[in-house]
Design a protein around this ligand. Structure first.
Ligand code: NAD
Length: 263
């Protein structure tokens, strides 16, 4: 299938690691031009070296900083003359006790995973209008549909699904589709790095990190394993492709069957 992404200018946030990195690599395979943002500039530079045959612009961007986002979008347009696709992927997660979960962390998570996608979408809309075409993909989570026990994360990912829905209606007249991808657990540093979810699950269950991750997968995911980040990337690339442009406002589960609802 020709996805019609050759020469499209694609912004990916949180591209230095995990899902974002695989999203960038998947777009590169389709011949898209890449504008990659992350707070981890070394990771971006390493990724840029891996990508051949397409133009790649990388910039250290903290998506929670409004001025930083505005400057980034301006730099992308200066360099590539347009923006076609925005993938709001930068994020994090933290387990915690419901009664004592710090409000400061909750607010920081909202800045990162709720306000940043809104801000970047608003910054890109004028450029989509100019093109007469555009596509936004927000990386939400199945925990935005059913609770995963992570209070800030579940709440904010649910908001991302609604933000997607609202923007899909708003942007449709400009020929812009807006969708969410809702991954179940994915094998990325968010689970496997020190101090991250794998360790947090290990301390809650009294198991070792890998043992806890494996137990969680077998107990909760019908396919019995976490997703590979490439499996999330392929859904993202498809939703922003030409053949999928009529699909808008959906929240697509990529979860090995974990969500039981038909919605
Ligand atoms: P990851 O930790 O591997 O990557 C996250 C990236 O975001 C990192 O490169 C990090 O530097 C970047 N980032 C963090 N704060 C930033 C900021 N302020 N500005 C710019 N960049 C920033 O995690 P991942 O698993 O690849 O997660 C990517 C997205 O997928 C997140 O939104 C996450 O919530 C979502 N998600 C992950 C899973 C999973 O199980 N891994 C499941 C569902 C959804």
């Amino acid at each position: 299938m020709n996805l019609g992404l050759k020469g499209r200018v694609v912004i990916v946030t949180g591209a230095a690691s995990g899902i974002g990195k695989q999203i960038a690599l998947a777009y590169a395979k389709e011949g898209a031009t890449l504008a990659l943002a992350d707070i981890n500039l070394d990771g971006l530079k390493k990724l840029k070296k891996e990508i051949k045959d397409v133009d790649v612009y990388v910039e250290k961007v903290d998506v929670t900083d409004a001025e930083n986002c505005a400057a980034f979008v301006k730099n992308v347009v200066k360099k590539f003359k347009k923006i076609d696709v925005l993938v709001n992927n930068a994020g994090t997660a933290k387990m915690g006790d419901m009664e004592t979960f710090p409000e400061t962390t909750f607010r920081a998570h909202a800045e990162l995973m709720m306000f940043a996608p809104v801000r970047l979408t608003n910054l890109c809309i004028p450029h989509f209008k100019k093109n007469g075409w555009g596509s936004v993909v927000n990386i939400a989570s199945i925990f935005g549909k059913q609770p995963g026990g992570l209070i800030s994360y579940d709440t904010i990912k649910a908001a991302d699904i609604m933000i997607t829905k609202d923007y899909s209606s708003y942007c449709a007249p400009f020929n812009v589709n807006v969708n969410s991808v809702c991954p179940g657990p994915v094998d990325t540093p968010l689970w496997h790095a020190d101090g991250q979810l794998g360790d947090q699950l290990a301390s809650a269950t009294g198991m070792k990190r890998d043992e806890a991750i494996d137990w969680f997968a077998k107990a909760n995911i019908p396919m019995g394993r976490y997703a590979k980040p490439e499996e999330i990337a392929s859904a993202v690339v498809f939703l922003s492709s030409e053949p999928a442009h009529y699909i808008t406002g959906v929240a697509l589960n990529v979860d090995g069957g974990m969500v039981k609802s038909t919605l």
